[in-house]
Design a protein around this ligand. Sequence first.
Ligand code: S3P
Length: 179
Amino acid sequence: MANNIALIGFMGCGKSTVGRLLATRLEREFIDTDAVIVRSAGRTIPEIFLEEGEAAFRDRESAALREAVETEGSVIATGGGAVLREENVRILRENALIVWLTARAEVIVRRTGHGVAARPVLAAWADDPLAHVLNLLGQRGPIYQRAAHRIVDTSDRTPAAIVNEIVRKLEKNQGTEKD
Ligand code: S3P
């Protein structure tokens, strides 16, 4: 298995922020698949959803994940929906230690509230964000759970504290079995 670390989890759980910090701490390369997609498409994520459709975005996401795991030792921040395709979970599990970042639904609503326009999956739900986040968490939670090697709750913690906990969990158990 390549020595990558992949962060999965719902929008607003800190995958990008924590991933960047973790990569710096471990002196690894940081790859944010959403950023890779935006760069290669020359469009924002809402534009891709609107002009190409969600399936095309998901194709781009699979390609970005396949490319990311080729960079040995990288820390990879995935998009919140990356695990929706079984193929993506397989690519990640074969090539990375997978850390699932979680947060309570109210925390997710608070963290994503200002950035709803940038997240098409949340944009349609502005009328009752908490209900929609709870609904999606219900659908996606079991998928994150099955995919994850490690789980770290981010709800009441700073990014630095979250990184400390990830590093502690990585040091405690080097393998890819669940803890
Ligand atoms: C998505 C999450 C987003 C981005 C896209 C779709 C999702 O990433 O990939 O808007 O389906 O949950 P973040 O989790 O980084 O916001």
